[in-house]
Design a protein around this ligand. Structure first.
Ligand SMILES: *Cc1c(COP(=O)(O)O)cnc(C)c1O
Length: 225
């Protein structure tokens, strides 16, 4: 292992140990908290040490950027699992379905319909999350909390999407715990097993509130340019 991969392994170990401590406090059962390494804005050269160190699950927020970085990396690391965690325009659905393995940001009927159509066409049925605007913020994407359960059911029953969970980004500058607890309650109500919440600054709280997937960028890769 090279020096950079050794440093990446060290950071991964620190985060994984911290995930495990949070899980032991109140969190979900063992083996259920998945670490999504958020590599948006970082180059393939910056990502590679993390692949060398054994990380396989990554998150990106832009289709074009991912298309430029990941096909070459995948040639060397075929078992990568790539999550789309940013907004998806319907005119990018075809590229997204070809490139990603999980779509975390299903947030409107038109997108659900377009994803369904393309997944059937491509023969790729990807696991999907509903993005919930858990703080009800005007500027944020996502389905309103009181519509999330019905929307997940609509995506599954009308469009046949493989709905596996809910994801959210809580409001800035407020304690995130109650928002995380709310998302976990909605996932339970919807009968969805996966709860994607928690980023570098708040993932321990998210896990204590039941997160089964955390999305961590800067704590692994450093500050984004
Ligand atoms: C950028 C991003 C993250 C990671 O944020 P950090 O604070 O760097 O850990 C997680 N989720 C989403 C949706 C993001 O856009």
């Amino acid at each position: 292992m090279g020096e950079e991969a050794a440093r990446a392994a060290e950071r991964l170990d620190i985060i994984r140990a911290s995930i495990e401590r949070a899980r032991r406090r109140f969190g979900p059962p063992p083996e259920t908290v998945k670490l999504v390494a958020v590599s948006k804005t970082f180059s393939a050269d910056a990502i590679e040490p993390f692949l060398e160190a054994g990380q396989r699950v990554f998150g990106e927020n832009r289709v074009q950027e991912s298309k430029a970085k990941w096909p070459a990396l995948r040639e060397r690391y075929a078992d990568v699992e790539l999550h789309l965690i940013g907004p998806l325009q319907t005119n990018k659905v075809k590229e997204a379905v070809a490139l990603f393995d999980v779509i975390q940001t299903v947030d409107r009927e038109k997108l659900a319909a377009a994803l369904s159509q393309e997944m059937v066409r491509a023969g790729r049925r990807l696991p999907c999350f509903v993005e919930v605007n858990i703080g009800g913020e005007a500027q944020k994407a996502g389905i309103a909390p009181d519509e999330a359960v019905a929307f997940a059911s609509y995506c599954r029953h009308v469009h046949g999407l493989d709905m596996v969970g809910l994801m959210c980004i809580p409001p800035d500058g407020r304690p995130p715990g109650p928002y995380f607890a709310h998302l976990a309650a909605l996932a339970a109500e919807a009968g969805l097993p996966q709860i994607s919440m928690g980023m570098s600054s708040d993932y321990q709280v998210a896990i204590e509130m039941g997160a089964t997937m955390v999305r961590i960028g800067s704590a692994l890769f450093g500050h984004r340019p």
